[in-house]
Design a protein around this ligand. Structure first.
Ligand code: ATP
Ligand code: MG
Length: 553
């Protein structure tokens, strides 16, 4: 066992793991797994599970298997398998083995026959309605099916027939023979195999019977020798069944532990609902930057570090809870502040003509790439006679303490000169056409001999050198904070204005931007090139604004 690092207090799963390692259980071996069903893309909730499972192994010197829980042939696809692998790697984790529950179909089939042989499973052929009726209710015990006491030989024979395709879908199921009066409804003879004539993404048409989740999951854990099988709270009542199968099959006793799912404000986390948003074009694909999918967050510009730090900070709970999405944004901002290149972009431009600057004159200005990172160096941005500034940085009739540009007042242009606004030139309709300003020639940043003190510093781009760019700005995908509280269809709460596209002017250096580069558009927020970015058509996503909406305590 590796050294136990103690930085923060242990969560309850770490306590269990430490206890087991100390007592020498499984000879001090630790193996966890992350078991996604490949029926959709991973989301931030999965990231929490990934961080927990891989994190335990990293912390205590164990391993983590990536296991595709692919026992349902109908909803699964290799596109999802590939995206899941990509996302786990992107988050920075390496799995010990890549496994597929479908690789255990032969073994699971044998396990089922073993249960039959032990008199612990039987083929049932009553209708689904009848089965539900006989199951009873939590307050009333169930009744045995008339097929419950078939002989072992007959059960084996029919079960083989099911596997050979002799029977129609829905006509027969294999059930575990447990306890029809158990207080746990799942123990009342659960179905463990059903007939399905479906093509599986890995096993093709080899099988026409497929194991149910409960008959596959624990056994897969056991086959792999998983020591701690961590899952979410909805599986608490499944634990009894999990233990029962492993005990009756006399195989490796993996143990299941449950923690609370992550829920985030203003979004949904269920793959089924995410799939609906994608299929019905409420968003543009699984990697739409508004979605809480890992691929969406990546496209939006979230960093792996910010997601991992967020998961670490929220920790592991035993009760379901709702986390404020602005906490996630806090970690995104924290990381981007350290690592992103500062550039200038004007999102809502107003033209400024520097009247005392000769036509065609180009004045190179030196700007720091990232003041948080000394080695990041500087770049040259040209100052020219015509520039753009943000229209919000000019006010014709400013309130007191307005330190940006207004008639007769001065402001500093970042990295360049102090300018003074001399004249506001209007269009016929009274709107502002452009501002006429003069610059103070000896006030250049880094070499300012003007002696003039100005309070405001604003960003700008050269009107002759700047490039046009499409900027995609995102708002919350849903209008309400907690969707679990709302009645009716979750889609009724979609925010129709969650995507805003604006045309901006950006400094020329951004022509060279590459996917994966991260920028702070000074005073505007953090931005990244979108997957649609080309050097002919510059497209950026706004990752997050600069302002903190959340204080971490
Ligand atoms: P969904 O309900 O979104 O479809 P799922 O639980 O069906 O999710 P799986 O592919 O089965 O998705 O999940 C793989 C692992 O990720 C499981 O161990 C599951 O418990 C965990 N997981 C899924 N959603 C969350 C969440 N919101 N928070 C924490 N862990 C989660
Ligand atoms: Mg699932």
């Amino acid at each position: 066992m590796s050294e136990i690092v103690k930085e923060r207090s242990l969560n309850f799963i770490e306590e269990i793991v430490e206890g087991d390692l100390k007592s020498g259980k499984h000879s001090g071996r630790l193996l966890t797994r992350f078991p996604p069903e490949p029926n959709g893309y991973l989301h931030i909730g999965h990231a929490k599970s990934i961080c927990l499972n891989f994190g335990l192994a990293q912390k205590y010197g164990g391993g983590t298997n990536l296991r595709f829980d692919d026992t349902n042939p109908v909803t699964e696809d290799t596109e999802y398998v590939d995206s899941i692998k990509n996302d786990v790697k992107w988050l920075g984790f390496e799995w010990t083995h890549e496994m597929y529950a479908s690789d255990y179909f032969d073994q699971l089939f044998k396990y089922a026959k073993k249960l039959i042989t032990k008199g612990l499973a039987y083929v049932d052929e009553i209708s689904a309605e009848e089965m539900a009726r006989l199951k009873g209710t939590p307050n009333a015990p169930g009744q045995p099916s008339p097929f419950r006491d078939r002989s072992v030989e007959e059960n084996l024979d029919i079960f083989e027939g099911m596997a050979n395709g002799d029977f129609a879908e829905g006509s027969k199921v294999l059930r575990a023979k447990i306890d029809m009066s158990s207080s746990n409804m799942l123990m009342r003879d659960p179905i463990i195999y059903r007939i399905k004539f479906a093509n599986h993404h890995r096993t093709g048409n080899k099988w026409c019977i497929y194991p149910m989740y409960d008959f596959a999951h624990g056994q897969s854990d056991s086959i792999e020798g998983i020591t701690h099988s961590v899952c979410t709270l909805e599986f608490v009542s499944h634990r009894e069944l999990y233990d029962w199968f492993l005990e009756k099959l006399e195989i490796f006793p993996s143990k299941q532990y449950e923690f609370a799912r992550l829920n985030l404000t203003y979004t949904i986390m269920s793959k089924r609902k995410l799939l609906q948003l994608v299929n019905e074009n409420h968003v543009n694909g699984w990697d739409d930057p508004r979605l809480p999918t890992i691929s969406g967050m990546r496209r939006r510009g979230y960093t792996p570090k910010s997601i991992v730090d967020f998961c670490d900070r929220i920790g592991i709970q035993k009760r379901d809870n709702l986390i404020d999405v602005s906490l996630l944004e806090f970690f995104v901002r924290e990381d981007l502040n350290k690592t992103s290149t500062r550039v200038m972009a004007v999102l809502d431009p107003i033209k400024v003509v520097i009247t005392n600057m000769p036509d065609g004159k180009v004045e190179p200005c030196i700007l720091e790439n990232n003041p948080e990172e000394v080695e990041s160096g500087n770049r040259i941005v040209n100052f020219t006679k015509e520039i753009f500034i943000e229209s919000s940085d000019f006010m014709e009739e400013p309130p007191a303490k307005y330190f940006r540009l207004s008639p007769g007042k001065m402001v500093r242009l970042k990295g360049a000169y102090i300018i003074q606004c001399d004249e506001v030139v209007k269009n016929d309709d009274g709107t502002i056409k452009e501002l006429h300003c003069t610059y103070v020639e000896n006030s250049k940043s880094g070499n300012d001999e003007s002696g003039i003190k100005v309070k405001g510093v604003i960003h700008w781009v050269s009107a002759t050198e700047a490039l046009k760019a499409e900027i995609r700005i995102y708002d919350r995908l849903f209008k309400v904070e907690d969707l679990s509280n709302e009645e009716g269809d979750f889609k009724d709460y979609i925010n129709e204005n969650s995507l805003q596209v604006v045309e901006a002017f950006v400094e020329p250096s951004l022509k060279e931007a590459k996917i994966g580069n991260r920028y702070q558009f000074m005073r505007n927020g953090y931005f990244v090139p979108d997957l649609d970015f080309t050097s002919e058509k510059l497209v950026f996503n706004k990752t997050v604004g600069l302002k903190e909406g959340f204080k971490v305590g």
